[in-house]
Design a protein around this ligand. Structure first.
Ligand code: UGA
Length: 435
């Protein structure tokens, strides 16, 4: 199969490289010439474990190429994926679909022969209809079908998630697309990953409904964590106790500082807007969004409390800045809200992250970026762990304590045992461990 991937961001690049690894001929396209230049030079513009090797192997095998020329690539293709960004539109929270529609228009003029155009970007219900209309209007002679194929991969585990998905969802309105999409995913199909063919609008909604459910599940355990702190219970035990019930499931029950990232915050908001517009508001998700927003900033209060009620004029070390480990992605990271709240309270923030500091530098002001956790802790009244990087799980606690001026350790991911932290001389605060 000849496949074009329009957009070489996280989803496009990982999907393109994995599809090439299945044996397809894949061209990854991006408008950003500097990104394509990096890829041509053998580099990878994002940090994702295993991706550099996967790309190198498939480039060497002649199955994966990169270009800025969408039209020339589309002319040869059997399948054209659209995997461009759909950021939240400023002001109203709706997904900004201008990149998707621009891509559709450009693809339309270049189509030759029967081609399946597939939206892989997370797009609101009805976007496939609009893409269909744009292509039909731009190029009335085109032979094509528009399918929806949402992607469920997680950053940091992207390759594994793509190659061993729980399911593949494909929304079609034209039966000619079905055998083509079956061929695209044949290697996974053979591995028994369930493929769910459904209508295009249903497929688009499945993606939002899944992300919103997961965001709600995290928010639920965060609320329970709050309660645990007030009534002397342990949220980790509660999560285990409820998670062993198969109907609930044990995943996505880690209490923390609130969810972040490029997907949950924007997708929950977009679903709320879609539901509002459709006259069927989803109050559960409206509430989820509100709770998560206030939670992120509220985490700073734990730091203030451990610093005897004030952080004014004090150094606070923040360890782990990215929205989760194994990524350099800072989008909607809880650390951003927490740092802002600490600065608003008069603290001087010193920060360390294994991969996210370049991105963080561009987003944060008046923060001292440090080369190690111990350097960040130098002279700090408290250390706050915001992201559970492996590199932060085995800190030398007595050493950390010895370079600080105060004794606060605020562990927002519960990666330390209270007794170990206390033995090292810390006043230790974690999440939902009131017992
Ligand atoms: C999420 C979904 O998990 C993917 O299935 C989906 O494809 C993706 O969004 C997307 O729409 O593209 P991702 O944002 O990469 O993936 O990361 P997650 O691992 O889901 O984590 C999201 C946030 O939730 C992080 O801030 C993480 O720290 C937080 N989280 C996650 C918790 O606080 N507790 C948990 O138990 C799990």
């Amino acid at each position: 199969m000849r496949i074009v991937m329009t957009g070489s961001g996280y989803v496009g690049l990982v999907s393109g490289a994995c599809l090439a690894d299945f044996g397809h001929d894949v061209i990854c396209v991006d408008k950003d010439a500097s990104k394509i230049a990096v890829l041509h030079d053998g580099g990878v513009p994002i940090y994702e474990p295993g991706l550099a090797d996967l790309i190198a192997r498939n480039v060497k095998g002649g199955r994966l190429t990169f270009t800025t020329d969408l039209a020339a690539s589309v002319a040869q293709a059997d399948v054209v994926f659209i995997a461009v960004g759909t950021p939240a539109r400023r002001g109203d929270g709706h997904a900004d679909l201008s990149y998707v529609y621009d891509a559709a228009q450009e693809i339309a003029s270049a189509l030759t022969g029967f081609t399946v155009v597939v939206t892989k970007s997370t797009v609101p219900v009805g976007t496939g209809d609009e893409v269909d209309r744009i292509i039909r209007e731009t190029n009335p002679a085109a032979q094509f079908a528009v399918a929806s194929n949402p992607e469920f991969l997680r950053e940091g585990a992207a390759i594994q998630d793509f190659k061993r998905p729980d399911r593949i969802v494909i929304g079609i309105e034209d039966d000619r697309a079905r055998p083509v999409m079956e061929e695209v995913y044949r290697p996974l199909y053979l591995n028994q990953a369930p493929i769910q063919f459904t209508g295009r609008r249903t497929s688009e909604l499945i993606k939002y409904a899944a992300n919103a459910f997961l965001a709600m599940k995290i928010t639920y355990i965060n609320e329970i964590a709050e309660l645990c702190e007030h009534v002397g219970a342990d949220v980790q035990q509660v999560a285990r106790g409820i998670g062993l019930d198969n109907r609930i499931g044990s995943k996505f029950l880690h209490a923390g500082p609130g969810y972040g990232g490029s997907c949950f915050p924007k997708d929950t908001l977009a679903l709320v807007k879609t539901a509002e517009d459709a006259g069927a508001p989803i109050r559960l998700i409206e509430t989820t969004v509100a709770i998560n927003e206030s939670r992120k900033r509220a985490m700073a209060r734990k730091v203030v409390a451990v610093c005897n009620g004030s952080v004014r004029g004090k150094n606070i070390a923040v360890l782990g800045l990215t929205f989760k480990p194994n990524t350099d992605d800072m989008r909607d990271a809880p650390s951003l809200s927490i740092i802002q709240a600490l600065q608003d309270s008069g603290a001087q923030v010193r920060a360390y992250d294994p991969e996210g500091m370049d991105a963080a530098r561009a987003m944060l002001r008046d923060v001292d970026f440090c080369a190690s956790p111990y350097e960040a802790a130098q002279g700090a009244a408290a250390v706050v762990i915001v992201t559970e990087w492996d590199a932060l799980r085995a800190l030398d606690l007595p050493r950390l304590r010895s370079v600080m001026s105060g004794e606060g350790l605020v562990d927002l991911r519960n990666i330390y045992r209270p007794e170990d932290a206390e033995a090292a001389g810390f006043a230790y605060v974690s999440v939902g461990r009131g017992a």
